[in-house]
Design a protein around this ligand. Structure first.
Ligand SMILES: [Zn+2]
Length: 268
């Protein structure tokens, strides 16, 4: 089994001291952490995060040298792209996530280029804000030449007319049926598909949230299927309880003989 930590929402306002505060003990164990980073956060309208200035403005990651200098010096960190602005596209009180609905073809590429300029390293994985992406969003990500790590579900949520989509659809249908008729072993809903899915022009991997009540059952499932386990955390919303839960997961993963990896290694 391969084990991946995906921490979401790193942005212009993040501080390196938060990374060292919550992850120095993880890094000491030689465990990589991937941060999905918002290239140009626009705080207006989205649910996250509340403490930011409520201005309709893009704040680029490139204006936070303290953060990217720290990250450049840490070989255990990989940067992923988390949307482009993470902004809600509807009025307050309603949600339409950034990569849903109309998404310009060049939008993902614009974000990718900014991250690569800031961190001086290739960025090859896209994480949709709120784990939600529509077909136009997928096409924009494909145009940027990236793969996707999404939430727990994949295979039924988007549709592009090409043979690879049909193949994945059939595979996921079979996967769901097997789950329904098998012993569920602690899983409360269909587990995250534990292998990389190939959609032709891009690939996808699914993930669990640290807060999922059956995240430990998901880990055991990934081990039994010799698959990949991805857990999603949030640097800005950590507390002692969540951190303890992450540590318990890493301890159990080590007992199961897991290999702790950077996410780009699974799409090669
Ligand atoms: Zn986010």
């Amino acid at each position: 089994m391969k084990f991946i930590i995906r921490d979401d929402d790193l942005n212009h306002f993040s501080k390196s001291s938060d990374i060292s505060r919550w992850y120095s003990d993880i890094f000491v164990q030689d465990i990589p952490v991937s941060f999905s980073c918002i290239p140009f956060i626009n705080p207006v309208g989205d649910m996250y995060p509340a403490h930011m200035p409520q201005e309709y403005k893009e704040f680029s990651i490139i204006d936070n040298p303290e953060l990217f200098d720290y990250i450049k010096g840490n070989t255990l960190i990989e940067i992923l792209q988390h949307g482009t602005t993470h902004a809600n596209k509807k009025e307050k009180g309603q949600m339409r996530f950034e990569y849903a609905g109309t998404v310009p073809k060049e939008e993902a590429k614009r974000g990718r280029e900014e991250l690569e300029r800031a961190f001086g390293a290739p960025v090859s994985i896209f994480v949709p804000p709120h784990d939600w992406i529509d077909t136009a969003g997928v096409l924009s990500v494909e145009n940027a030449g990236m793969n996707i790590i999404r939430g727990r579900g994949a295979g039924f949520r988007n549709w592009i007319f090409r043979p690879a989509y049909v193949a994945v659809f059939i595979r996921m249908l079979w996967f769901k049926c097997v789950y329904i008729f098998s012993r569920k072993q602690g899983l409360l809903k269909t587990p995250a598909y534990p292998h990389v899915l190939n959609f032709g022009r891009h690939k996808e991997m699914c993930s669990y949230r640290l807060e999922d009540p059956d995240v430990f059952a998901g880990l055991e499932y990934a081990h039994r299927t010799q698959g990949i386990f991805v857990v999603v955390t949030h640097l800005h919303f950590y507390d002692a309880e969540k951190k303890a839960r992450l540590l318990q997961l890493t301890v159990r993963a080590r007992e199961l003989g897991a290999e702790f990896v950077r996410p780009s290694t699974i799409f090669i």
